[in-house]
Write a protein that binds this ligand. Structure first.
Ligand SMILES: *Cc1c(COP(=O)(O)O)cnc(C)c1O
Length: 422
């Protein structure tokens, strides 16, 4: 078994992570670290967390054998961890429940959050409605336009959505604005970060809450694989898309000691890893400090954050969780890229082959699984974290396919076998 004990007491994953925050936040971060240390192994806290996950979220989410897709790829068996079936449609809710429970115990009645695709904002607004907490969500004005159904969802749930007009008007700008709000309101406000980023203890805490995904898989996979008469108890590879990296850390972390299982993170290669239009921080970035931690970021020679691009708003982030930078450095996880076009093709393929409409983010993981499966024998297996459902993306996909949302999307030019002619 691979031995792994991260982070250290100050939140370092090797040279990454840590806490780079203004003095005004020092007290709030200390308070949060102490609260998390007190509750993280508290039986009553954990019992409530798991009860919420069961009754409100609908966990455990199933693992599904994508038999048709596996057969057509002609290689390894592909399994999907169905985080898309969670309440609110993605993995984000797992983490939000944990943090909202902490906020209540810390006596903080006001919640703030940042959101890109809107999924984290919706999950946060949902839990705030359920617990009667005030909710303010910061969202780049470009994302407000791209994800209008989610903006309306948040409003229906009683949240205030604040469009952010600075910078590229996307996730990183929303994060900056949320940090600023937190500095101004530390006394009564809890900042729920939506991924494994931010200053310590966020990367560790979000990872711990999301680890329910991988922990369930460790129990579910042996039975699934026995049914397929596979030669192993656990999958040969686990694949997840990486934006900030929370769904990936959630499924990877429990598998880290299982050395025979390859861990593969899929970044958004956008228009190509060498096009300058992508969000592949781990593959094309370098070490730097962003949003309170040291990690791999996309920056120019002056340390300025560069513009990122992805077809999926949830992967469009110039940084990545520090633990991924560490896992890449020690070689325990590998990181690859999938382009917009490949993700879109996988999106259509999964819709038509398995009857599942995946999020565009998750489609990146599916696309890589389809490539990898072909290179592996049929008695091997791949587990894909299907991080979310694609309802929020149908407008984007229809636009890109030149179709009306209510029309049948054109598959022309996507290279998808068996697509309609027009
Ligand atoms: C937000 C989101 C992502 C990206 O965030 P991670 O922290 O990298 O998991 C991926 N998939 C879906 C469906 C999302 O909503």
């Amino acid at each position: 078994m691979f031995s792994y004990q991260q982070p250290d007491a100050a939140g370092h994953f090797g040279p990454y992570g840590g806490s780079f925050a203004s003095e005004t936040l020092t007290h709030a971060l200390t308070e949060l670290r102490e609260a998390y240390a007190r509750y993280q192994n508290d039986p009553e806290f954990l019992a409530e967390f798991h009860s919420e996950l069961k009754h409100f979220v609908g966990r455990p989410s199933p693992v599904y054998h994508a038999a048709r897709m596996s057969r057509e790829m002609g290689g390894a068996q592909i399994y999907l961890k169905r985080e898309d079936l969670n309440h609110t449609g993605a993995h984000k809710i797992n983490n939000v429940i944990g943090q909202a429970m902490l906020a209540r115990r810390m006596g903080k009645p006001r919640i703030i959050a940042e959101t890109g695709a809107g999924q984290h904002g919706v999950a946060t607004a949902t839990i705030c409605a359920r617990y009667g907490l005030e909710c303010v969500v910061y969202m780049g004005s470009e994302d407000v336009k791209r994800q209008s159904p989610n903006v309306y969802r948040m409003k229906l749930l009683g949240a205030t959505v604040v469009p952010v007009d600075s910078g590229s008007r996307t996730l990183k700008d929303a994060l900056n604005e949320a940090m600023r709000d937190w500095v101004a309101h530390v006394d009564d406000t809890f900042y729920i970060i939506g991924t494994v980023a931010g200053p310590h203890p966020y990367p560790m805490m979000v990872r711990d809450f999301q680890s329910v995904i991988g922990t369930e898989c460790l129990e579910q996979m042996p039975a699934m694989l026995a049914e397929q008469k596979a030669s192993t108890q656990q999958p040969d590879a686990v694949i997840a898309c990486v934006g900030g990296g929370s769904n990936a850390m959630g499924i990877f972390h429990p598998y880290i000691p299982y050395e025979k299982t390859r861990l593969i993170g899929v970044e958004a290669a956008g228009e190509g890893l060498d096009s300058g239009k992508h969000s592949a921080s781990l593959q094309r970035g370098s070490s730097g400090v962003l949003h309170g931690n040291r990690t791999f970021i996309l920056q120019d020679e002056n340390g300025q954050i560069t513009e990122t691009h992805s077809i999926s708003a949830g992967l469009d982030y110039p940084g990545v969780g520090p633990e991924h930078a560490w896992l890449q450095e020690i070689g325990r996880a590998e990181y690859v890229g999938i382009t917009d076009a490949e993700a879109l093709a996988a999106f259509h393929y999964l819709c038509r082959t398995e009857g599942i409409i995946p999020a565009l983010e998750s489609s990146h993981a599916v696309a890589y699984a389809m490539k990898l499966a072909k290179t592996m024998p049929a008695d091997q297996s791949i587990l894909v974290n299907l991080s979310g459902r694609g309802d929020k993306d149908i407008g984007t996909v229809a636009d890109l396919s030149g179709a009306d949302v209510y029309d049948r999307p054109s598959m022309r030019g996507l290279g998808v076998k068996g697509g309609p002619a027009a």
